[in-house]
Design a protein around this ligand. Structure first.
Ligand SMILES: *Cc1c(COP(=O)(O)O)cnc(C)c1O
Length: 454
């Protein structure tokens, strides 16, 4: 076996040509999405006004284990994939740990994150269906950027509803989206019925992902030739993101490396889901055992303090219901929460696997996340996204634990993106003005009061 290089690159030829559907290996499947009116499982026809046909088929397919990645999508992937798996030698040295640490780097594209993996697939299916354009929401901005890049590539129009506080705080992110020709509307806006309603009910609100989703769905369903696309949470998004985990598997195999601990941060669950699915599949088939950790913010603690129940995916309560770990669709994280991962719910697939005990979750306060981010940036050179830094925090904690016990565990985490557009958050941390905010039990209980009765 060759010496392990600092960066393990697969060649273009070694890039996976299929996505892996972990649902096919789940004996107990995730709960189906429900119609918000009838409370019955959503059918293909129910979803047709909202989503592209081919994506609905992927959403509903719990049985097909492998999906061929369309050639047009593989072509685009080649601009930024395969992405490297990095042996974090410098971080190991900085921590003085016997642990071996590796990270998969998904920030090597203009959108700055893994989101482009699903954006290009979703844009492809919209184009194939002959649509004029798509609508979406974006929080921190990575998904909006990714989808605007993907739509531009296929010549589709793209309307992005951007959470108002990010819209105001991230003018440069906005400009990248403009560069790719998409239009951006701060949300809640006065251009939709649901936006007007939310503005009337919560005057001066800085918005939430849930609000922006409600607006984007309303526009997609009321504009001919348009559909809505979502950057996380859905089964189809997890499916597209498995390109990450499949590449990790191939790279580890190439050098005979066996992971012990696998870590990803969790907002809606797409990067952890895509990164960990192939390994979760091995566990579900009884072939291997891993410690898998989802790292989330203590200020929006879906896994660690939420409830596994049916809930709305949006604040406006017009979208389908998903059974997931949730802190309630009415939960709006503290405005001083800077680290992303603000969504109230979680992927139904990951929620079910978490409920079955296949992985664990940890909640981290943002100052300890930024401490980890700075340590990582200084050791490894890459400025990490605050979201990804939750995973870094967990990886560092695991490595420090190994230092205590002397164990030489192999820790692999997903570095989901870079932090160039999060410099206000870094500034707050560097100046010492960043605060931690942990919601009280009463606040979470209040948001959970509005859970739909199923
Ligand atoms: C969007 C995003 C996340 C969180 O979303 P998931 O669906 O949980 O992956 C994490 N990291 C980065 C860099 C992101 O852009």
């Amino acid at each position: 076996m060759e010496k392990i290089p600092y960066k393990i690159y697969l060649s273009e030829k070694e890039m996976p040509t299929k996505w892996y559907n972990v649902r096919a290996d789940m004996k107990k499947k995730q709960a189906p999405l429900l119609h918000p009116g009838t409370k019955k499982p959503l059918t293909f026809e129910d979803m047709q006004p909202i989503f592209c046909d081919e994506l609905i088929k992927q959403e509903l397919d719990d049985d097909t284990k492998w999906f061929e990645i369309p050639e047009e999508v593989q072509d685009f992937y080649r601009m930024f994939r395969p992405s490297p798996l990095v042996h974090a030698e410098f971080l190991e040295k900085a921590l003085d740990t016997p642990a071996k640490i590796f990270y998969k780097f998904e920030g090597n594209n203009t959108s700055g994150s893994h989101k482009l993996n699903s954006a290009i697939a979703q844009a492809y299916y919209a184009k194939k269906q002959g649509l004029k354009g798509v609508t979406t929401e974006t929080g921190a901005g990575q998904w909006g950027t990714a989808l605007s890049m993907a739509c531009q590539y296929f010549g589709l129009d793209c309307k992005v509803y951007m959470v108002k506080c990010s819209y105001e705080q991230k003018p440069f992110r906005r400009e990248v989206i403009n560069t790719y020709g998409a239009s951006i509307i701060p949300s809640p806006s006065m251009t939709t019925e649901v936006g007007k309603k939310i503005n009337a009910e919560f005057p001066g609100t800085t918005g939430s992902l849930g609000c922006a989703i409600s607006e984007a769905v309303e526009v997609a369903t009321s504009t001919p030739g348009y559909r809505y696309e979502l950057g996380s949470v859905l089964n189809q998004v997890l499916l597209h993101q498995t390109i990450i985990g499949l590449e990790v598997q191939a790279a580890l195999k190439k050098y005979g490396i066996k992971p012990d601990v696998l870590i990803g941060c969790t907002g809606g669950g797409s990067n952890l889901g895509g990164f960990a699915s192939p390994f979760l599949g091995e566990m579900l088939r009884g072939e291997a055992k891993y410690k898998i950790i989802g790292a989330e913010p203590a200020s929006c603690p879906s896994f660690t303090r939420g409830k596994y129940a049916y809930d709305f995916c949006d604040t406006g309560m017009i979208c389908p219901l998903a059974k997931m770990y949730t802190v309630g669709s009415q939960f709006i994280p503290s405005a001083n929460h800077a680290g992303g991962l603000r969504f109230h719910g979680m992927s139904p697939i990951l929620s079910e696997l978490y409920d079955q005990g296949l992985f664990e979750a940890r909640g981290y306060e943002q100052t300890s996340v930024f401490e980890a981010a700075v340590l990582f940036a200084r050791a490894e050179g890459t400025l990490p996204a605050p979201e990804s830094s939750h995973a870094i925090r967990a990886a560092i904690d695991e490595a420090l634990e190994c230092k205590k016990t002397g164990e030489e565990k192999t820790i692999v985490f997903n570095l989901s993106g870079t932090g160039y557009f999060d410099l206000y958050a870094y500034k707050a941390f560097n100046e010492g003005s960043m605060m931690d905010y942990i919601p009280t039990d009463a606040e979470i209980a209040k948001a959970l009061e509005k859970l739909p009765q199923i």
